[in-house]
Ligand binder design. Structure first.
Ligand SMILES: [Zn+2]
Ligand SMILES: [Zn+2]
Length: 161
């Protein structure tokens, strides 16, 4: 979606956009980020003479993959959009790729780790069973890295005795 800025030629002129925007899927660290529904956009744009300043809110739902169980889940986000585009860096002063700006602002607001729920049990490291759905019979040793270090320590202590 391109944004028409041709009616914002005068420094000090501004406009507000309130509409539903469908944002195409994009990728981050090989994770596909899909917005399944249109986002609500409320954006204010002002021509400051040497730049265009965008401020506003973007709210909607993203479909993400849980980093523990790999299942898809829907994640609601609310993004404060703040962006300044300097005119001397723009190729076209009348049309701007608004979607690019919105995607960038979504990326900045993504959770570092996307989990379907805080107590997601993840996948069995042996058989791959999704442990949120079913238990499996694998004998998994809970390996906590801190405990593993302790275990090694005791082993050594034993051997030295
Ligand atoms: Zn999960
Ligand atoms: Zn298993």
């Amino acid at each position: 979606m391109n944004l028409d800025l041709s009616n914002l030629k005068e420094p000090g002129s501004s406009k507000r956009i309130q509409e539903k925007v469908q944002i195409p899927a994009f990728e981050l660290h090989s994770q596909k980020i899909e917005p399944p529904y249109p986002f609500d956009l409320d954006l204010y744009i002002i021509n400051t003479d040497d730049s265009f300043v965008f401020t506003g809110q973007l709210a909607g739902v993203l479909s993400l993959n849980c980093s523990r169980c790999l299942e898809k889940f829907e994640h609601e986000i609310q993004v404060e959009v703040e962006e300044e585009l300097f005119k001397n860096e723009l190729e076209n002063l009348e049309r701007i790729n608004l979607i690019g700006i919105l995607q960038e602002n979504i990326l900045l607001n993504l959770p570092i780790k996307s989990l379907c729920s805080n107590d997601c049990k993840g996948l069995c490291t042996i058989c791959g069973q999704n442990l949120n759905e079913n238990k499996c019979d694998c004998e998994r040793e809970m390996i906590d890295p801190r405990l593993a270090i302790l275990k090694d320590f005791y082993k050594k202590a034993d051997q030295e005795r």
